[in-house]
Design a protein around this ligand. Sequence first.
Ligand SMILES: *Cc1c(COP(=O)(O)O)cnc(C)c1O
Length: 426
Amino acid sequence: MSLPTLTLEAAQALDRADPFARFREEFHFPVSAKGERALYFTGNSLGLQPKSTRDALLRELEDWARLGVEGHLHARRPWYPYHELVREPLARVVGALPREVVAMNTLTTNLHLLMVSFYLPTRERSCIVIEDSAFPSDSYAVQSQVDFHAPAAGFDPRRGVLRLRPREGEHTLRTDDILDLIDQHASSIALLLLGGVNYLTGQYFDIPAITGCARERGITVGWDLAHAAGNMPLRLHDWGVDFAAWCSYKYLNAGPGAIAGAFVHERHLDRTDLPRFAGWWGNDPATRFDMTPDFAPVASADAWSLSNPPIFSTTPLVESLAIFDRAGGVDALRAKSVQLTRALTETVRAIPGVRVITPDDPAARGCQLSLLLPGDAREAHRRLTAAGVMADFREPDVVRVAPTPLYNSFEEIWHFGEILRRVTAH
Ligand SMILES: *Cc1c(COP(=O)(O)O)cnc(C)c1O
């Protein structure tokens, strides 16, 4: 099927009609290799800085200078309950009850802390299922959990991780194949831990179907939402997901190394049988300052948090989540996101030799398209960069382009198409 190509006039008309266009001015854009405002399509790697972030951080530095320890209770935003500032906005982003989410640590740390509670292998049931193209940190995390448990549980750690591979000649996974694998191996699978949106291919998985199928077979289900949070409308509570974790520096625009998030389903919050690594911030706040040695977990996701919140890595998240709320949330932004990515698809499909490995169905992808370029992909990527485009290259040959609805425009998609056409014509 041939698609109509996006013209400059059509792109500009779409921008004029875009209800989110004004949000673009709330972000700082980097300067490209050409010395101009970059065509920034790497919000899947590091989201842009909201202009409000700097002043918010300066306020915290001033309060620390002015108040010292008194800032815990008397800063303009008191530090003691600081993580409460993001609880409700984060719950809206992932579709959770407020007490099911907590901002803490960083993503891989949270995956480990959650696996301490939710990966409880036995000799018979020991496997963790992940995508074959899982992000390396996730592969390392699950294999190290397997290695940690294997000796005591008495299973072979080399068979502890089951990797989901696409069919021969395909790049993405079919939902039916995932469900079949779960069904076939159900009795040996302890945990399913997939990326909601795969970082490499941009494929969005059918989280409710996969979660439901696995849970019916007694398998615990966790999702890594690094590329889904702030990108896809999510309903973690309704979908019955056991746990999830995500970082905040990709689509959530909270800056490099920002505080990450975690979700634990309500049905687990009152359980006393789960093993857990504990710290004082997981204790019930009502008794936290009794300073006794006995841990009394609070009945919320906070029970998994260890330490008092890192103010300087949480402030940017407070600011960026406020932008999501002012825009009406991820669900509202998704309509523009689908349009932007469709425009990108039409544009790149019209360029000879360019292939898209991300699924064609908007329901099976987020905003990112992963492209295979003709010829030397690394050289093509270098030329894209020299022409003012910030997109990224992933070994061996994938260029990822992620237009985000908060700060990208249709006109930028048109410009990208013109540049890509030139760059691949060599
Ligand atoms: C970005 C990303 C990470 C990065 O982990 P950090 O602990 O934040 O450094 C991990 N997993 C996935 C799937 C990612 O996309």
